[in-house]
Design a protein around this ligand. Structure first.
Ligand code: ZN
Length: 542
């Protein structure tokens, strides 16, 4: 999963001082002009037959060589763990300038691993890092297996990232973060184990196991591995868009698979078909020429902070209801079919209470809680710049304060429509105060939501593969957050994109003691391979 900064990609902005947005308007215009204007409405999510995924079970005649393949994976499990150990040992931290050589070393190591298996690999430069022109961005490692395209087979494009979040033992890790440490429950601790080195090595292991077992590789595999995901995927959007054009490296992709998210819980696998977008705003209120003392000016000056708190307080209710007129009307209505999906999802209120660390949920039932996270918008207040926030009692009246809030967006909320409603609401709320202060509300950045059709053969193939490996039908999930590269791949290829997670909800990606369970890794290697077999054979009208 990306960090906070990365949802600013694909951003539009009116705040030209915002570093991320200054780079993006031309790209956004390009995307808007060349791609379908509203993907969601053209491919309705809920149809009477939906989800198709649960109306078909794998036929025993499909993917006949899988049992041999699975046995090869089991027989070589220790080698795959050793491979993960070597990868975790390279501290490829993209956010740390000093570690840039390690990020590049990791990319080259990955390239060599795949080359030694016969893949055609290239390390493509992405140019200088924006804002840090003395730094070269780590290359995109792209490849093709088999090296020569087999015209009789489908082509699947997979994505992952070889960089990791920072980690230090002193942050609170129980073991060295860059030494893979396996406990007696098979939990493999190490930075990058689950995010995203385990999954990318999954693809390497899939190729190796096919060679070892002498099984014909079922598809043409295109690979795109980047080294800046944890730092906003700088340089990648333009690269992907360029390489999906006719005659370019990714042009033949028939479908896309990304393994860079997690199961909803710890027991049941899932396929992910939706992500929320995010529009992030600032409200600046100013009045006095400098900060004031309340003993002198309290009761004489109109105070920016008082106005800001009242305007921000008008945005959302305690029960999470967004108070901005018109927002509700933009949200795609819930259908009975869609509502029916939520009850079987493996998730309990105890799960959310545990991850929340409290029982302060808005809703008391799991269905409405999941809907609140995945398919309805939410508005969060993040902070106030310029406000007194240190401990103690300081009697300052801040002269200028900037409130920050964001809206997680869902189908069919067009970012431009949301902006208009937000600006109108803020202006109206402020006008109602009859204040002599000055207000300015701006969009910092926005990234759009994404929803794919889980009826597509890419998803039904993945569902069959999951059932074959885990012996259970996967949950169909969405995520409350954003993985912006997903939308980029969908728009650039015009093809279906599937999120196929390997790790589970307790893996602590981005946190201390990140881990990947041995079982998830090894069965995950089986899953990725099985997916390629099913996706090679799945009827395209699925
Ligand atoms: Zn990730």
């Amino acid at each position: 999963m990306p960090t906070f900064v990365s949802f600013s990609r694909l951003a539009t902005s009116r705040l030209q001082s915002c570093a991320s947005s200054a780079l993006r308007p031309s790209l956004q215009l390009h995307l808007r002009a060349s791609y379908r204007p509203n993907l969601y409405q053209q491919r309705p999510l809920a149809t009477p037959s939906w989800p198709y995924i649960y109306r078909s079970t794998p036929s025993p005649n499909m993917a006949p060589s899988l049992d041999t393949y699975f046995k090869t994976i089991d027989d070589n499990a220790e080698n795959y763990i050793e491979r993960l150990r070597q990868a975790v040992a390279i501290p490829s931290i993209s956010a740390d300038e000093e570690r840039r050589p390690d990020v590049v070393r990791m990319g080259m190591w990955l390239k060599e691993q795949l080359e030694s298996l016969g893949a055609h690999m290239e390390a493509r430069p992405l140019g200088k890092q924006p804002g840090k022109e003395h730094l070269e961005l780590p290359p995109a490692i792209i490849g093709r297996y088999p090296a020569q395209k087999d015209e009789s087979k489908r082509t699947i494009l997979v994505y992952g990232h070889y960089d990791v979040q920072p980690a230090e033992l002193s942050d609170g890790w129980n073991s060295e973060p860059f030494t893979l440490t396996i406990d007696d429950k098979g939990r493999m601790y190490g930075r990058g184990s689950t995010d995203d080195k385990g999954p990318i090595l999954g693809w390497v292991n899939v190729i190796e196991a096919h060679k070892k077992a002498g099984i014909e590789f079922p598809v043409n595999l295109l690979m795109c591995f980047e080294g800046m995901e944890e730092y906003g995927s700088e340089g990648l959007d333009d690269f992907i868009i360029a390489e999906c054009k006719p005659g370019k490296f990714f042009q033949d992709a028939d479908a896309v698979c990304i393994s860079d998210n997690y199961w909803l819980g710890t027991e049941k696998p899932c396929l992910t078909y939706g992500l929320r977008g995010c529009s992030y705003y600032s409200i600046e209120i100013s009045g006095p020429g400098q900060d004031l003392h309340s003993g002198v000016f309290g009761g004489t000056a109109q105070e920016p902070m008082t106005d800001l708190v009242r305007v921000m307080g008008s945005l959302v209710d305690t029960d999470g209801t967004i108070q901005i007129a018109g927002i509700k009307e933009l949200v795609a209505p819930m259908t009975d079919e869609e509502r029916g999906l939520y009850k079987d999802i493996a998730f309990t209120m105890d799960n959310i209470h545990e991850s929340l660390g409290s029982k302060t949920t808005i809703f008391d039932d799991k269905e409405r809680t999941l809907m609140g996270r995945w398919r309805y918008p939410s508005l969060s207040l993040h902070g106030i710049e310029g406000a007194f926030s240190a401990p103690g009692a300081k009697t300052v009246i801040p002269a200028k304060v900037i409130g920050k809030f964001s809206i997680r967006t869902v189908p069919n909320m067009e970012p431009e429509d949301v902006d208009k409603l937000v600006f109108a609401h803020v202006q109206k709320a402020f006008d109602g105060l009859k204040s002599k202060n000055t207000i300015n509300c701006t969009l910092q950045h926005s990234g759009k939501w994404w929803v794919a059709s889980p009826n597509h053969w890419n998803f039904t193939a993945a569902a069959k593969a999951t059932e074959k490996v885990w012996n259970i039908k996967p949950d169909l999930t969405r995520e409350g957050g954003s993985i912006p590269v997903t939308l980029t791949f969908e728009q650039a290829t015009g093809k279906n994109v599937l999120l196929l997670p390997m790790g589970s909800s307790t893996d602590a990606a981005h946190s201390i003691n990140e881990k990947l369970d041995r079982k998830n890794y090894i069965e995950g290697c089986k899953l990725l391979g099985a997916y390629l077999h099913y996706v090679a054979e799945e009827p395209m009208n699925a």
